[in-house]
Design a protein around this ligand. Sequence first.
Ligand SMILES: [Mn+2]
Length: 417
Amino acid sequence: MRFAHVSDLHLGFQRKRSLQEAERRIFEGMVDGWIKGGARFVLMAGDIFHVNIPEMRVQRYVFAKFRQLHEAGIPAYAIYGSHDFSPVSNSVIDLLVSTGYVTKVTDAVTGEDGVITPKFTTDPGTGAKICGISGLKVGRDIDYYKKLDRKGIEAEPGFKIFMFHGSISEMRKAADEGDHMPMSMLPAGFDYYAGGHVHEYGTGGDDSHGVVAYPGTPFAGNYADFVASAGDTKRGYIMADSSGDKVSVEFVESGSPEHVPITVDANGRSPQIVNERLEEKAGAEDPVGKIMVVRVYGQMSEGRTADVDTARVSLGLLERGALAVEVGRNMLTSREYDVVRVRGESRDQIVRGVLETNIGQVRTGIERLEGGSGVRIAEELLRRIGQPKIENEDNKTYDARMITDGSKTMGLSLDDP
Ligand SMILES: [Mn+2]
């Protein structure tokens, strides 16, 4: 029996038109791959969508494709991730569930003693028994796993799959600093553990846990994914086969576009030199149809970070046919502006001092956001986005309120790109 396993699609993440098209093409290609590849069912281990309710453009092609999968007789089993989770079933996944295109495998019974017993869903075509736990709020996963009725689900006979969304300590890569839990927290004795949340492909397991696998994101769900793809990381999904004693795992590439790194270490250099290096490196690449991942980091010896002109490099690459340019410069600083000593008698005075010292680095091309009025707007912005949530306000409403307030403060229209 063959089955597919995918996670962290983050559909709806992309903001650039060309990458939205790639996101769609990759998703549709994967569904075709599952059908052609003879998958009996598909496991979706969370973060199928980037937000719980993605825009209509995304919903349209997703529903059409899920329908095709459904009509091919291939069930899809899902858990929520941290991104598409909604505590009140206000996720587009729940719509897919009501159409019958997707089956959630997160049902559980909580006893009076607080013990949680997950319920198995049996795949009608193969008899595989599947249960799972969605990604919970940061730090709460371990508490939930501690309350599991492990003996009950471990004793269940048959071919069993456990779906989860979280990082396992033993399988972590060095760079991954997020929350994680030991493999021993997963119930023992399952044949396959379908993981999500980790954005890179990896497999593991131990004596009491058959095969634990992460397909990783098939494209991207954050900037770090572009950087990883510009390195050695391959993007795709898993085709698993249960015909042997142990489930075997095959990684199938999703057809993610080629990523090319353009990395410049700015340490001890001037903006002018950094700009020259950027132009040099960009000029040496053939960008046609590729995602160019520009990254500048380090502490410059002089000048302003705003004088590092990544916009110009991006434009040049796009003119030469790049599919998209993703720029990361959060790690870029300058010695000239790093050491800021400000004295003040109150918090407000100190904040103003820091803003006044640094406003010179801001280059927006919008006069009111720079100089003295820039300082005043920044103070007001800090005050506004420092407001706490109103009682009973949900995250979405709060976020929307902050964005509206913030944009108004800066005098920007929300329609601005
Ligand atoms: Mn994710």
